[in-house]
Design a protein. Structure first.
Length: 83
């Protein structure tokens, strides 16, 4: 399978979290950093570094990453009042 470009990977990952603001950047070592931001705040709620782009070689691998990041983000969210 042909690898996606970094730009394509970033776009897919960032759009996967809409409406949550997501920024995906590439480091000099070609690893990715994903930051998820609280609405209306410049501070990130979750930052994950060292994601190896070469491991994101299929739609399943990308979906798995997004799912794991969503779970981590939910674990960091305060519980909402049910009333």
């Amino acid at each position: 399978m042909e690898m996606l470009s970094t730009l394509e990977l970033r776009d897919i990952i960032e759009k996967s979290f809409l409406p949550v603001r997501c920024r995906c950047t590439q480091a000099a070592d070609h690893s990715l950093t994903v930051q998820l931001f609280n609405r209306g705040s410049p501070h990130h709620d979750l930052q994950v570094t060292g994601i190896r782009a070469e491991q994101l070689d299929s739609s399943r691998a990308i979906a798995s990453l997004v799912s794991k990041l969503r779970c981590e983000l939910l674990d960091k969210q305060p519980l909402r009042d049910a009333s």
